[in-house]
Ligand binder design. Structure first.
Ligand SMILES: [Zn+2]
Length: 296
């Protein structure tokens, strides 16, 4: 295996998107010659390239520069941490590109990594084997994390985690997360607060799905999705909406048609567009406001 020392340019956020990996322990094994080692020790290089795999390993100073150059941290949970706590996590956080349709884990599967999305979005789906159906219980983006069971002491996933929108995320091995939770009270507090909010959201959604009419639930679901994707227009099929709400597709078609006639939404070629956000909020049940409050 041979290594190349990267030129001593300042690290940029673009490196992360290109798949720069952070794994200090492996770096020294890649450096074989004395001059390479001396250059490494004198701080002249930012990264070491593994030619065999094409992977760049970022050195600690470059990691810190990358974090600083990045300014804002995309994921809200990580951004809420004190800087020192966030930086202590960096060696264990690996930037990854998630592809649409990629399954991060299946129900019953051991959770190997926790994911902190940047611009990727991941659906958590409860799979009902007998019905061969799945019910979306959550769409998670930059405001959250995937892998809450790890925070609560479980090792396997109760749901399928499916990438809905491709994009980047930071992932952390399960063992590293356990270690980080021990060492950082701030991380522990932030992730437990997030888990509690998810519990309250699940309770609210269960009550909503039981008691509120389909039209109001669709309005609630569309507004929540809008907030997640930060756009008034997003791709969405009636089938997906029916799965998300646990209702039959014909029910969605009728209720969505009513919202469309009231000029609150338009729906064409699989693209949902919210035309009147205030009107849609008025058409939604009170659960939207409650869920939005919990998401903060
Ligand atoms: Zn409701």
């Amino acid at each position: 295996m041979s290594a190349t020392l990267a030129s001593p340019k300042p690290a940029t956020p673009g490196n992360a998107a290109a798949g720069v990996r952070v794994a200090n322990g492996r770096i020294l094994r890649l450096v074989r010659s004395g001059p390479e080692l001396r250059a490494l020790e004198s701080g002249q290089v930012d990264a070491v390239l593994d030619r065999a795999t094409g992977t760049a390993f970022l050195l600690p100073d470059a990691q810190r520069a990358l974090a600083a150059a990045g300014g804002g941290i995309a994921n809200s949970l990580l951004a809420a941490l004190p800087r020192a706590d966030y930086e202590s996590l960096l060696p264990a956080l690996e930037p990854v590109a998630l592809a649409s349709g990629q399954v991060l884990y299946e129900p019953g599967e051991r959770i190997r990594h926790a994911y902190f999305p940047s611009d990727a979005q991941v659906s958590l789906l409860t799979v009902v084997v007998m019905e061969r159906k799945s019910l979306e219980i959550n769409l998670i983006g930059r405001e959250g994390m995937i892998g809450i069971p790890l925070v609560l002491g479980a090792e396997t996933s109760p749901v399928r985690a499916l990438v809905q929108k491709k994009g980047s995320a930071l992932r952390m091995p399960a063992a590293s997360l356990h270690e980080a939770l021990r060492c950082s009270p701030a991380l522990r507090h932030e992730l437990l607060r997030y888990a509690y909010a998810k519990l309250l959201q699940a309770r609210q959604t269960a009550a909503c799905n039981r008691f509120h009419p389909i039209e109001a639930r669709i309005a609630r679901c569309l507004l929540t999705t809008r907030d997640r994707v930060r756009s008034n227009a997003f791709p969405l099929t009636h089938e997906h909406l029916a799965d998300a709400l646990g209702v039959r597709r014909v029910g969605v078609t009728i209720a969505a048609g009513a919202l469309q006639r009231r000029k609150l939404i338009s729906y064409r070629h699989g693209l949902m567009r919210i035309l009147d956000g205030k009107g849609l909020e008025a058409a939604s049940c009170e659960c939207y406001a409650i869920l939005r409050g919990l998401a903060r």
